[in-house]
Design a binder for this molecule. Structure first.
Ligand SMILES: [Zn+2]
Ligand SMILES: [Zn+2]
Length: 467
């Protein structure tokens, strides 16, 4: 490490800590300096009139798109009832709909000091960066973002109300609301935080085993049972003819422990969140077998949510929180901000990662561990996409692998947990015609999923856990 210490230089003091004395190493000191500079610049960008107009429109568009994922249906509806009525209907569910109106007649915040949990992964970028960039403060909130060791702990701290809101894996609120793996407690997904952004990483010794048919007996890690990671890994190996319950082992490992387990040889690979895929490449112990966007382009991963009770008791606070996170998402989506964002979230309080690892993940220009440099700009994205149909897909996979048993009213569960779909009910209550069929289809590994036919979809899989 001669870059940091030069014990033979007679003209410099030999320091084991950083030059300012506040950091453990010169490296940490540099990271803090870089973060400061990047934060200042991003703050400046966020305070321009141009960004404010952009992010207001971004939030409004997000809400309308969530309500009407199919553009044709959206246009038909707006032509029939007009913008004002549509926005009023959204406001009746979530007092966040019209930002322009909100700015003038913002309701009093019911609660200002909030604790929000997060797992240190790039999925949580919007929720994390909203803190140093002052987006929570701008809404009048005093938020503490708390780094948490694993998903089971996130669930427990939400259930005992230690956290007011949290970074969730998007299947978690479905599972908690249905009482799978814990007592039942109604949770809501306010928005998907990120799309894509995961990968299958394998240990270097498996460089010649690129066909999953060769993976019999492999041990894999996923971050949690109720995760897109678990469902996508199972889906992928099953398409190759392996039964994920008997042909491979899948164990739950908190993301920050994945790289160490790979290094120790406890696992052969993982389907994990970034930065831990890129970190394995950086450490030269693993390579990227594939990006999950290649299995399902634009798949959802993590979500931002809270309990149904919190929203009921603190509607204005929730709206303010929602706005802060969506403002951050608006900023994170823009590729020109990504390098600076990597610097902002790199320090110890947030992701605690080498900046270069985060830059590779967020810019999509990265070493794949196989000797190549790839350019995949949408490797990780922060599109708060519509998600009811995706929630139905998650439920089919829970049922496929035996997490969920018996009859399932897919649509009802999805709509109860994934907010905003409620808006449609309110519109009906107000006597407005609400078009049906707003559940778009999508493809996972080339196979079409029709959210209107979940049981038929489920029956189409040769490999599943027999009930
Ligand atoms: Zn220092
Ligand atoms: Zn995620």
């Amino acid at each position: 490490m001669s870059r940091f210490f030069d014990p033979f230089d007679a003209d410099r003091p030999l320091m084991m800590r950083c030059s300012c004395g506040r950091h453990d190493s010169e490296q940490a000191h540099q990271a803090a300096l870089n973060a400061e500079g990047a934060t200042t610049e991003l703050k400046r960008r966020s305070e321009t009139a141009e960004f404010e107009a952009y992010s207001n429109e971004f939030i409004e568009a997000t809400l309308v798109k969530a309500l009407f994922p199919q553009d044709e249906v959206r246009r038909r509806f707006l032509r029939a009832v007009g913008k004002g009525t549509a926005m009023a209907a959204i406001s009746s569910v979530l007092p966040v709909a019209s930002l322009q109106a909100m700015a003038q007649e913002r309701g009093a915040l019911e609660k200002k000091n909030l604790k929000i949990g997060f797992i240190p992964i790039t999925c949580a970028t919007p929720l994390i960066m909203a803190h140093p960039l002052g987006f929570y403060k701008r809404e009048g909130l005093d938020v503490e973002v708390i780094k948490t060791a694993g998903w089971a702990l996130i669930r427990d701290k939400m259930m005992n109300k230690e956290y007011d809101a949290t970074h969730f894996l998007s299947p978690m609120p479905l599972a908690i609301s249905m009482g799978l793996g814990s007592n039942a407690m109604p949770m809501n997904v306010a928005t998907i935080q990120n799309t894509n952004g995961q990968a299958i990483t394998l240990a270097n010794k498996h460089k010649d085993k690129r066909d999953p048919k060769q993976w019999k007996g492999f041990k894999f890690a996923v971050p949690f049972e109720y995760s897109m990671h678990n469902f996508l890994l199972r889906y992928y190996v099953a398409e190759a003819g392996l039964n994920p319950d008997t042909d491979i082992q899948i164990r739950v490992v908190p993301p920050p422990e994945m790289v160490a387990n790979l290094r120790a040889g406890n696992i052969d690979g993982y389907l994990g969140p970034d930065p831990f895929n890129q970190r394995a490449v950086y450490e030269e112990i693993g390579f990227l077998h594939l990006l999950t966007k290649d299995l399902w382009p634009g798949h959802p991963c993590c979500a931002f949510g809270t309990s149904a009770e919190f929203i009921r008791q603190n509607p204005n606070t929730f709206a303010a929180l929602y706005r802060s996170v969506l403002t951050a998402a608006a900023m994170a989506r823009d590729p020109k901000n990504r390098e600076l964002i990597a610097k902002v979230i790199a320090p110890q309080a947030y992701l605690n990662q080498p900046e270069t690892v985060l830059t590779q993940v967020l810019t999509g220009r990265f070493a794949d561990g196989l000797g190549g440099i790839q350019t995949v700009p949408d490797r990780a994205d922060f599109d708060p996409i519509p998600w009811q149909s995706m929630a139905v897909w998650m439920l089919t996979q829970m049922k496929r692998w035996g997490y969920l048993k018996g009859e399932v009213n897919y649509k009802q569960v999805a709509e109860r947990v994934f907010l905003l779909t409620d808006a449609k009910k309110h519109m009906k209550d107000l006597g407005q015609k609400v078009p049906d069929g707003a559940y778009p289809k999508f493809k996972v590994m080339g196979k079409e999923f029709d959210p209107a036919q979940p049981e038929a979809y489920l029956k189409g899989f040769a490999i599943q856990r027999s009930a």
